[in-house]
Design a protein around this ligand. Sequence first.
Ligand SMILES: [Zn+2]
Length: 110
Amino acid sequence: MNKTYCLSSKDFNTLKAILECQDLHVDNFAFTLFAGDDTFIILHEEFEKLEDDMKKIIVAHEVAHILGIKDEEKADIEALSLLTKQSQRDKLIDMWEFRHGKRYEGDKSE
Ligand SMILES: [Zn+2]
């Protein structure tokens, strides 16, 4: 089962605090929880207000986690291959330093 929930800011932040106490990483607008074979994508209420490319990037990143990639940067590398639009890939690469503290080192298809 693969289910998506959208939480209010308050609930999202409460759950985020609980998970971070258990050393689990929580992304800014979304995170993924696993329970056996079930997967739950939890979205922050502000997610709906993001522009479309940004939503696609966030979901692709979460899908990479669902595919079993735990590392944040590797999840973004996988997200690059999942994104369908060049504008989305460019945007993700532009955020690389902000997201990972270093520049993107893969080949930026030009
Ligand atoms: Zn992540």
